[in-house]
Design a protein around this ligand. Structure first.
Ligand code: MG
Length: 157
């Protein structure tokens, strides 16, 4: 068994889409970044790469590369899943927490879980998506940005 952790955060800005775990959430502000800035897809990608000892997403998909401009991060996650499989690992489970003040994630949690499970090619029962607010403290709580933390465990395929 191997475990990996991934952490990411992105700034909230007007005129951007809010995409979390591959699901677009209605919001006046969205996440700013070179790709679609899907903070959760990025954290999970790093957790998988970490567990497999394969580096991080900044190394595989650098934001200096125009190929990844406005990239669909679920597509990047799918590439990571393929890398992990090629390295001889199977994904056992993924657990994650999104840190967001607003909008509330609860109504979208099941859709995010299903979307991620599809990208990870595992049963949704092996994917856990949680959300917490920042209690109005720090950059999360002031609504300046959104954070995500993910843990992935792998076994030999
Ligand atoms: Mg990111």
């Amino acid at each position: 068994m191997r475990a990996g952790i991934g952490v990411d955060s992105h700034r909230l800005a007007p005129g951007r889409r809010l995409v979390i775990g591959g699901v677009e959430i209605p919001s006046e502000r969205g996440l700013e970044g070179h790709s679609d800035a899907d903070v959760l897809a990025h954290a999970i990608s790093d957790a998988l790469l970490g567990a497999a000892g394969l580096g991080d997403i900044g190394e595989h998909f650098p934001d200096s590369d125009e190929r990844w401009r406005d990239a669909d991060s679920i597509g990047l996650l799918e590439q990571v899943v393929a890398m992990v499989a090629s390295a001889g690992f199977a994904i056992v489970n993924v657990d994650c927490t999104v840190m967001i003040e607003s909008p509330k994630l609860a109504p979208h949690r099941e859709a995010i879980r299903e979307r991620l499970a599809h990208a990870l090619r595992i049963d949704a029962q092996r994917v856990s998506v949680k959300a917490t607010s920042g209690e109005r403290m720090g950059f999360i709580g002031r609504g300046e940005g959104v954070g995500a933390v993910a843990v992935a465990s792998l076994s030999d395929a």
